[in-house]
Design a protein around this ligand. Structure first.
Ligand code: ZN
Length: 325
């Protein structure tokens, strides 16, 4: 039998909204799937992979949504209140939801899955001295441990399905291991001098650390300010000196900065291309391969490898990437 917790949040602001509502668990027959709410698409994907047909997963943040800025809506609150399990990332990724989720955890089944990682594998944060970089999904080895945390949270929530969750998790972990092997090969084929990843924001530090790439984020640079112009000049120097052939955009990147870099390098006789668009904090379109964790990282890996002179197949690890993706 599942242990049900409710009604304990009455004294809090959350309690007013969720404390009295019966959860799906109260209403559901034993055979119905668990109602799971996940904040990011990556966590929802892990819950679907591990939970299979034993879970009904809702992701609060869809493709293209910035988790650093996202704030829960009333619909989200209702979904979380009725869920058997709420999975969030933690490590201050959901900065605007942090207080809400920590308070909800006092009365509900809420797990911060990335906070199960030991401090020793985490990278410090440039912006916040006392916090860690939350972008751990960029390293498949770290993400495997998060998948295990998702599996354990599902088992704690519904121990009767332990065997199903363990079997599904083992299969998914094998796929992630194959992805990590593919990424090692594809990125290891990029000439050593060219292993520089210049992107829009600071999402790729774990990726760089895992695959030996120097990572530079250009977020926050304004070409209108002296500091911004100096920074652009500095990055142009780096592109020319290191003969870096490509820079990468994320959906939110400023075109102007990218153009300034490409033009600046061209003026110095060095051609730089925009190597493609990378998925940083959200996955691709729902229902596509790129809309899964495996497809997201396959896309990034393949795009980066090919743009920087590496040797990776156009359609990626298993031929499933969309053409021209
Ligand atoms: Zn980010």
């Amino acid at each position: 039998m599942r242990v049900l917790k409710f009604g304990l949040a009455l004294a809090t602001g959350i309690g007013v909204l969720v404390g009295l509502a019966p959860t799906n668990a109260d209403l559901r027959a034993e055979s119905a799937p668990l109602a799971v709410v996940a904040t990011t698409g990556m966590i929802a994907d892990a819950a679907r992979q591990v939970g299979g047909d034993r879970v009904d997963v809702k992701a609060l943040m869809g493709p293209g949504v910035d988790p650093h800025a996202y704030r829960q809506t009333r619909t989200d609150i209702a979904a979380m209140a009725g869920a058997d399990l709420v999975l969030w990332h933690g490590l201050y990724l959901e900065a605007q939801m942090e207080d809400f989720l920590r308070e909800l955890a006092e009365s509900r089944n809420v797990v911060a899955v990335a906070e199960t990682l030991p401090d020793t594998v985490l990278i410090g944060h440039d912006t916040y001295v006392d916090k860690y970089d939350p972008h751990v999904w960029m390293d498949p080895a770290l993400w495997s441990d998060v998948v295990i945390a998702v599996r354990d949270a599902l088992i704690d929530t519904h121990p009767e399905d332990r065997a199903v969750f363990e079997g599904n998790a083992a299969r998914h972990l094998e796929n992630i291991e194959a992805l990590a092997d593919y990424a090692s090969d594809a990125l290891g084929s990029v000439p050593t001098a060219g292993r520089v990843l210049l992107t829009a924001h600071d999402a790729f530090n774990y990726f760089g650390s895992a695959y030996g790439f120097e990572v530079i984020g250009i977020q926050g640079i304004s070409t209108e300010s002296e500091a911004g112009l100096n920074r652009i000049a500095e990055l142009v120097d780096l592109l020319v000196d290191r003969q870096i052939g490509a820079v990468f955009v994320e959906s939110s990147v400023s075109d102007r900065n990218i153009r300034a870099l490409v033009e600046g390098a061209a003026a110095r006789g060095h051609d730089v291309i925009v190597g493609g668009e990378l998925f940083s904090d959200a996955m691709g379109t729902d229902g596509t391969y790129e809309g899964t964790y495996l497809g997201m990282i396959d896309h990034n890996t393949t795009t980066i490898s090919r743009a920087l002179g590496g040797d990776a197949p156009e359609r990626g690890m298993n031929g499933r990437l969309s053409a021209g993706s």
